[in-house]
Design a protein around this ligand. Sequence first.
Ligand code: JHZ
Ligand code: SAH
Length: 405
Amino acid sequence: MSKCLICSSKFKPFVDFGNMPIANAFTPKEKTMKEYFFPMKVGFCSNCKMVQLVEQPDREKMFHENYAFFSSTSNYMKEHFKKFAESASNLQSLDQNSFVLEIGCNDGIMLQNFLANNVPCLGIEPSKNVAKVARDKGIAVISEFFDQRIANQILRDYQKADLILSANVMCHIPYMHSIYDGIKDLLKDDGVFIFEDPYLGEVIEKTSFDQIYDEHVFLFSALSISYLSNMHDLELIDVEPQITHGGSMRYTIAHKGRKNVSKNVFDLINKEKSIGLNDELSFFGFANSVDRIKKDLFELLTKLKNEGKKTVAYGATSKSTTVTNYFGITPDLVDCIYDTTPIKQNTLSPGVNIPVLPYSEFRDSDPDYVLLFAWNHAEEIMNKEKDYMTENKHWITYIPNVRVI
Ligand code: JHZ
Ligand code: SAH
């Protein structure tokens, strides 16, 4: 039995992926150090309804000066965060006297929009290389892991915030009580904390098991976020589904009793209960669904290899580390992965050592099949490659089912 990170109740894992490497540990071709692996299992706490990793590597192993994920590699995401910033600014009627904070600002993809509108803002970003990109844009960044201690440092050096934002970061942090305490200290009486993360309901519905990797310690729902917020005298006041990262949810939190709770919250909680996101029985079939995709994809890639077809992959995502390592996809099945991120290029992928090559070489490689690891960016990528991916070339996707397109 494992102990819940939120409420300390005991729970049992419902899926076990075996030993997994650090999802973003793209390593130099000359491996000098033994790779780190950890046992990756996920469970559901029946008491507070939180889905969580049983074990997570130390944060410094994942987030550091060579962090491989740069948010601005997707044009669609740049546009998404521009709209996110606009809607949050309007909600809080922000101006040059306001103060905005972002937890995990990465390369400044969100805060650059506040800077452009002269709204004072500050980013907290522990991974020094991505923080530098944000600073080079003129954004103020504290390069530390946010927690209650840093919140109090910000209170001393700056002021309380009208708006605290975070995207694809909250679900990465196991010490949630310190985060929530820090947010409570920092948020003005009428301030709001808005964050978004991959949504549990979508992960279960689509069997998007590859949203599970070392960095994602939690898969949130309205049920679990409202429980957690209540523990800290905060309140979930709105929810808004997003199509990003394969299906996310945006949560708005305020001091308890300060704002009206939207009908959206009651509706989503009722829907979650009706589809069983409050019941451990609902998670029992998940491992079998993952294994069905595993069998189908492995058989397809093996068949293509036996027919002498050339298969490459597109997008060296964090998600692909779970797919390749759990499915046993090695360089004999997939020649290489093409990616636009300079720090990932000319490396080997975590665990299974598939070469990662510069995107600029993709078209010359003349593949028959392209396995789309960045399936969450399918629209953007398929559009970009539509003239190249002609009749004899095919995409392969695997969420929710293995498909050849
Ligand atoms: P992408 C990361 O997940 C890690 P990943 C993290 N844990 C998280 O939650 C989300 O981001 C927010 C490349 N690419 O966005 C760039 C192209 O080559 O699916 C990236 O390496 N060409 C913080 O890693 C990768 O694909 C393109 O045209 O699963 C996409 O990674 C595009 C659009 C992307 O996130
Ligand atoms: N918000 C961006 C970045 C997501 S990447 C986007 O949606 O694209 C996740 C980021 O969270 C990484 O840059 C990582 O360094 C940062 N992070 C991890 N733990 C953190 C913490 N305790 N405080 C602040 N940032 C953290």
